[in-house]
Unconditional design. Structure first.
Length: 42
């Protein structure tokens, strides 16, 4: 099971030139992670 930190590191590594755009996506992923904290989305 990936932690949010691991997911963020992967995203930043893959899209380091789009960090500004990813800030919104990351915020959405954090909200999804909190809503689905048992891993349904993983």
């Amino acid at each position: 099971m990936n932690t949010l930190k691991e997911i963020h590191q992967i995203e930043f590594a893959d899209e380091s030139d789009e960090i500004e755009a990813n800030k919104t996506l990351i915020a959405k992923k954090q909200s999804m992670h909190m809503a689905f904290s048992h891993g349904e989305m993983m």
